[in-house]
Write a protein that binds this ligand. Structure first.
Ligand SMILES: [Fe+2]
Ligand SMILES: [Fe+2]
Length: 467
């Protein structure tokens, strides 16, 4: 039955996390590698920071290319690239703490975009950040939050040690520890520099500017701002890279970027165990849950379990039950792109705000599309807000256009929503009271037969103890 049956067997076990992984068949071709999952997480990080979904890939290629030119081993190059792809992902777990301190006209996404440039003093401190020492302090904790994420997904220590120091500067003016020169690992120095270069390319130099002017702007940063803060050799290597390789800066903005990245990551193309995949995707799900500050935490896992239980009840093949579980974990990861203020808004949303929120399934697709073995999960996740009458989103799919997986996820999602509190209502339903509410939507919103299945599942109390 393949690796997904391995997962679903564990879904039915209450102690999901304690289960022992079985080795994955190395012949299984249709299965994510660690590299592909890290790339997926980097896209989630980009959306969290309000960037395009290939920004972190650029940081990875810039950092990895410098590391390679400096003669680091293949393994160390790969560690630098991994760290570059994930360095800011911990910001998600800070959203709930940052949000109350943000002025109305300055979103957390703006703050996140500014933070690499602020560190290198390429831009001046925005008033919001100068005024609030709390905000400043919180922001400076994010390398430690990323470290926790990397520990949660079991990445190796050589990557984690670089993450901790990715905002340290040679003159001691960086954070969180204020390390100087020799105290900072070389990989972290490379990453700190690549982070700023990518931010300059993305936010200061416009895409439309010519290669000559891009090169000029980067060179003047390296001549004027970088000395003292960044490692001299790192700066020199990058400077000679863009001097000697005319194509480098141009290719960063083309589809060649993926191949450049691949060439830097040969070492870790290992297939994952079912447990590693599950851990990685549920940690990503948790990450987006944590940005939905006033929602009940752990909701992606609750929805995933309920959907898988429904699928089990109608005897969908085990492999697909596993895929549905994964779909439940990832379906709202696209919400990392939604500004916190919208998710927490208690007044009615404007049309524009509603559209931003309704884009989240599309962002989920953007993040996870092409991940080997997850085609069904991504399709079903994309349909979790579609409704039978065509009034759902984002595709306004109708009746038979919506897959069974999408229908099951919709039911599980709405049931979880009704039985937990939301920022815009301070009450919620008991499970037994939520059923008739959902029953009102049978045929128009939800599949009638599946609503009956939901009832059976709830009545039989086959639900996890969370309910
Ligand atoms: Fe950072
Ligand atoms: Fe959703």
């Amino acid at each position: 039955l393949g690796v997904f049956s391995d997962i679903i067997n564990r879904v039915s076990l209450e102690e999901l996390s304690r289960a022992t992984a079985k080795p994955v068949l190395q012949t299984e071709p249709d299965y994510p590698t660690l590299n592909s999952l890290v790339v997926v997480a980097s896209k989630a990080m980009d959306l969290l920071e309000g960037k395009q979904t290939r920004s972190a890939l650029k940081t990875g290629v810039i950092a990895g290319s410098i590391a390679k030119m400096m003669g680091l081993s293949n393994r160390d190059v790969a560690s630098v690239v991994y760290a570059a792809l994930l360095h800011d992902i911990g910001l998600a777990r800070l959203v709930s703490e940052i949000y109350p301190h943000l002025p109305a006209d300055y979103s957390e996404k703006q703050l996140f975009q500014d933070h690499a440039l602020l560190n290198a003093r390429v831009i001046s401190q925005p008033a919001a950040l100068s005024a609030s020492s709390t905000l400043q302090h919180l922001l400076q904790q994010h390398p430690l939050y990323t470290k926790v994420f990397l520990e949660d997904v079991n990445l190796s220590y050589d990557v984690i040690s670089l993450i901790e120091a990715h905002h340290e500067l040679c003159d001691g003016s960086g954070y969180p520890f204020g390390l100087t020169g020799d105290q900072i690992p070389l990989g972290a120095k490379i990453l700190a520099f690549a982070d700023v270069i990518e931010s300059i390319l993305e936010t200061i130099i416009k895409d439309s500017s010519s290669l000559v002017s891009r090169k000029h702007a980067l060179q003047s940063f390296m001549d004027i701002k970088a000395p003292g803060k960044f490692d001299t050799e790192v700066v020199q290597v990058f400077s000679s890279l863009i001097e000697s390789n005319e194509e480098f800066l141009r290719l960063l903005h083309t589809l060649e970027l993926e191949n450049m990245l691949k060439a830097l990551l040969p070492e870790r193309e290992a297939l994952l165990s079912g447990e590693d995949l599950l851990t990685f995707l549920s940690t990503l799900g948790e990450l987006s849950d944590s940005t939905m500050v006033l929602y009940k935490q752990g909701r992606s896992r609750t929805v995933a379990r309920l959907a898988a239980n429904l699928a089990n009840e109608i005897e969908i093949p085990k492999k697909q039950q596993g895929e549905l579980y994964l779909a439940g974990l990832i379906m709202d990861v696209g919400h990392l792109a939604t500004p916190a203020a919208l998710l927490m808004k208690t007044e009615a949303l404007t049309l524009e705000e509603r559209l931003i929120i309704q884009n989240h399934p599309l962002h989920t697709v953007e993040i996870f599309k092409g991940l080997p073995g997850l085609d069904n999960a991504v399709l079903w996740a994309s349909e979790h807000h579609e409704r039978l009458n065509g009034k759902g989103y984002p595709g306004q799919k109708k009746g038979p256009e919506i897959s069974i997986g999408g229908r099951l996820l919709a039911l599980a999602d709405v049931f979880e929503a009704l039985t937990t509190k939301r920022p815009f209502r301070n009450y919620c339903f008991e499970p037994m009271d939520a059923l008739p509410v959902m029953g009102q939507g049978r045929q128009t919103l939800y599949d009638s037969e599946l609503v009956n299945v939901l009832k059976t599942v709830i009545f039989n109390q086959t639900l996890p103890t969370a309910f």
